[in-house]
Design a protein around this ligand. Structure first.
Ligand code: DON
Length: 301
């Protein structure tokens, strides 16, 4: 039974000694206890099974890029692709070199440069406050839970220490691919990354991408398809091929250690464990998803 399998999985993951390293370039994340693990699965019949530290809020970080993309595609449709590409990257998520090689057009909306451009687009005709309120409304509606907030301290700390993102923003600006001032766009981007959710909430929030939330059509079928394709090919940065090979369904990671994953028509899954592998993706989260995929035969291939 799925619940028994997940109970056992959570217990085994809690005991693994090799947990990866927490993201230390964001001071708040460097302090998180790596000995945590959570898994939550939502199924087509409406049931949800959660185990481990599934009610502990964590910083969703780059998982927020999926929600930003959903809003961006909803507002700008294909015009978004004038400013950002749809190809996987072979360099790290915060690479500057990719941006220079592509003349200021980020390779995809999930690397930092691409996400900064999407956030910049979301600021069209919106103040940062309005854009963030819109994003929170979307995430809360997706999760069916109003208790989802932004960790202001974390956003502030990343604003002060995220020098790499500042360099990406200035490079984008110099390439005429940033409409707003760097501090406006980055301030919004850092707040978006600092959304806190529990694993239980994140699994529920992914249901619209798995086609499970039939009551509310949050975005079009076409956009669901586009986002899943990008999560599959780019959701784990330069580790996306490895993730597709091992897990076999779309997923998006964040340096907070969360992964939101989608088994189309079958399940929405969230895993959380703060230790990261060398690509900046949750080490145990990836292993757990691989085990789930193998045990339930959920690979799309
Ligand atoms: O911009 C950053 O570096 C972070 N706020 C988000 C990066 C991230 O989550 C990469 N994911 N694995």
């Amino acid at each position: 039974m799925l619940s028994d399998f997940l109970t056992d999985l959570a217990a085994r993951m809690a005991a693994v000694p090799e947990r990866g390293a927490v993201a230390d370039y964001i001071p708040e994340l460097a302090r998180i206890d790596p000995n945590q693990f959570a898994v939550s699965v939502c199924l087509a019949d409406g049931t949800q099974i959660s185990h481990g530290d599934a009610d502990v809020p964590f910083s969703i970080q780059s998982v927020s890029k999926v929600f930003a993309l959903a809003l961006g595609l909803g507002r700008f449709a294909d015009n978004l692709w004038i400013r950002v590409g749809r190809e996987p990257s072979s360099n790290a998520f915060n690479s500057v070199v990719d941006l220079e090689l592509e003349m200021g057009k980020p390779r995809n909306p999930f690397v930092n440069a691409g996400a900064i451009v999407v956030t910049d687009a979301l600021l069209t005709a919106r103040s940062p406050r309005e854009a963030l309120a819109e994003m929170l409304r979307f995430v809360r509606a997706a999760a069916g839970d109003d208790h989802i907030y932004i960790d202001e301290e974390l956003a502030k700390s990343e604003n002060l220490t995220g020098h790499r993102n500042w360099s990406l923003a200035y490079f984008l600006k110099s390439s005429d691919n940033l409409t707003h001032e760097c501090d406006l766009t980055l301030g919004t981007y850092f707040h978006q990354c600092a959304i806190e959710m529990t694993c239980t909430q994140l699994a529920r929030a992914g249901r619209f991408l798995a086609g499970l939330d039939t009551k509310h059509e949050l975005i079009s079928r076409n956009n669901v398809r586009s986002i899943n394709a990008l999560m599959m090919t780019c959701g784990h940065y330069d580790g996306s091929g490895e993730f597709a090979y091992r897990v076999g369904f779309p997923g998006k990671s964040g340096v907070g250690g969360g992964i939101m994953a989608v088994v189309p028509g079958i399940a929405s899954i969230a895993v959380w464990s703060p230790g990261l592998n060398r690509y900046g993706n949750s080490q145990l989260g990836t292993i757990a998803l691989e085990e789930i995929s193998d045990a339930l035969n959920w690979s799309v291939f």
